[in-house]
Design a protein around this ligand. Sequence first.
Ligand SMILES: Nc1ncnc2c1ncn2[C@@H]1O[C@H](COP(=O)(O)OP(=O)(O)OP(=O)(O)O)[C@@H](O)[C@H]1O
Ligand SMILES: [Zn+2]
Length: 696
Amino acid sequence: MNESTAPSARRLRVAVPTPQHAGLAGLLDYEHPDALPPGSLVRVPLGRRQVLGIVWDDGDPSEAPPDLKPVAEVLALPPLDGAWRALLGFAAAYYQRGLGEMALAALPTALQQLDNAQLARRLKRKPAAPVTREAGASAAAQAPVLNASQQAAVAAVQAQLALPPQAPRPPLLLWGVTGSGKTEVYLHAAALALAEGRQVLVLVPEINLTPQLEARFAARFGAERIATLHSGLTPPQRLRHWLAAHAGTATIVLGTRLAVLASLPRLGLIVVDEEHDASFKAQDGARQSARDLAVLRAHQARVPVMLGSATPSLESWHNAQQGRYLRLDLPDRAAGGALPSLRVLDLSQQQRPKGLRGPGATPPPVAQALLDAIEQRRQRGEQSLLLLNRRGYAPVLHCGACAWKSACPHCTAWRVFHKADRTLRCHHCGFTEPVPRACPDCGNQDIAPIGRGTERLEEQLQALLPEARIARLDADTTSQVGSLERQLAAVHAGEVDVLVGTQMIAKGHDFQRVTLVAALNPDGLLFSSDFRAPERLFALLLQAAGRAGRAGGRAEMWLQTDQPKHPLYLALARHDYPAFAASQLAEREAAGLPPYAHLALLRADSKDPDTAPAFLQAAAEAGQALSGEQAIAWYPPVPHPVARVADHWRWQMLVESPQRAALQRVLAQWVPELHALRRAHKGLARWAIDVDPSAI
Ligand SMILES: Nc1ncnc2c1ncn2[C@@H]1O[C@H](COP(=O)(O)OP(=O)(O)OP(=O)(O)O)[C@@H](O)[C@H]1O
Ligand SMILES: [Zn+2]
């Protein structure tokens, strides 16, 4: 024992935000006179900076060497509990990230900047009232009487809540057709957990779905109990809501994928709505899946987790078939309406509508029969939704004289023509320029848009239906704070006859007057190279169809396609998700794809075209040498589907194994080698491992 160490000086292991690429696990030693409970938030010196850190485990006084740097400040906050630290520990290991990096990234950034006095003031404040229409609704909002299937689903949650801690709790997969009252099940299940004094975590895939769900929870339970966590909050808002969850004053925490890592000391139930949605998988940082972490978190915390969807992910469906998840079905619409019938329009058989002929006219956006159906709805005071999964006016501008096209100079992609502000915008790197008056290459004045996005659809439709009130909902029309809420309110109020939009209009909304939904150009996804594309397309179309006929009465879903007999569309027409899932799972099994195999991608970018593939090639060789007898397949590097973005060449290589544990073991051995290889490939801009990638 070192005599010069003060007897009370403690050595503490502190998680600090060192990036994984620095090669540090993220736990560094500091000293402090007192024992600090694990989970304490501290400020510590790191290099020349002072950073936020988390005391990770118990200190050891006997080992404290004399040269340790002292903890600079201890934040006056309750410590992060052991369950939270266990969750982060698992997540960092599973996604191959540094523990400190991942744990600190899960905390609000504003926590870095506040001193104890400021923090104390924040803690006294209540969470901000949610900004929603119904925010002021009384806490006594009426709950409908649940139907038998809903009751059975709620009973399953109740049974799990009553189990002793160590008893197994299979995740609950709530498979309910659109409009079957899944949200009502969540509300009742939440009430049970709240009644026991527990916190409820509700995850939704997209930020634009939070306002309406928040409104329903607020109407039932009171807005003051709710904290929201999503990327649309300002740093002070996010801090306030995070603190409310951490202190336990917020008993309902509702948010997008980042909310799964919130500190919830009294967690009692997790709900993942639209669990199939790809947005739950982060596309940067640790690239974690919030859905998968929700299942893990519930398991660790010994609380029920409910995954809800009309079109479950094939992974969850497979888990239910294997008996690992418990499936609960809501086969009927709660309010009594029938599911819409499908009308497939064979595009090759269609006539052009009047008024869109002559030179320069693009093919009609909607066939005449569909146009007539929309007009009939309008005259009856009903609404139509038109889905086109491409925003902007046209995906590319083109010069007829010299064949110039609006390529992005920084990416292997076209720049999209946006007519409203007359710009060409790259949707990959953001590079934006005014539209040239003439062809930049040959000076020809006649440069024309090719193809159609939502902006052009809106314009063309207005010409075809001059009396209709047409609105558009996409990332461009909803970029300003509050604009989404305003536009949705106009639709709910019946001030819109036809709503045109991207997938944003397809998900989750409880529109009461919509009786027709049309997908104008869905075929593209049928032939995508992404193995999950059919699953996504089926989910999107079924979700979209689900927006129609929610108040009862007859409703229709129209599809414009060149492939009227495609099996995916035939299954959709029967609303037959199980048949679709069975055929997809058979294909996945035959091809050795998830859920029958486990994947990881190593991605790398470089400014020059050669470094990234060379790094990946070396990485693949290093991997092969590691895996020995284990059942691991190492694939050669391939360019990313969009090969260059923002002047960087993007490459990736796939690692695959039929066993998740084997893949995890080999990845953990591989990562240190990658750090070494990275130093030997100076031109590499960045690299990252993506475990369970959403596309390959
Ligand atoms: N038991 C019930 N009795 C009467 N109406 C109900 C019942 N449960 C839900 N509803 C109503 O049915 C409609 C659809 O319910 P909800 O939005 O919960 O369905 P959902 O399954 O979440 O829908 P989706 O997945 O399509 O978004 C809502 O207007 C809701 O108020
Ligand atoms: Zn670009």
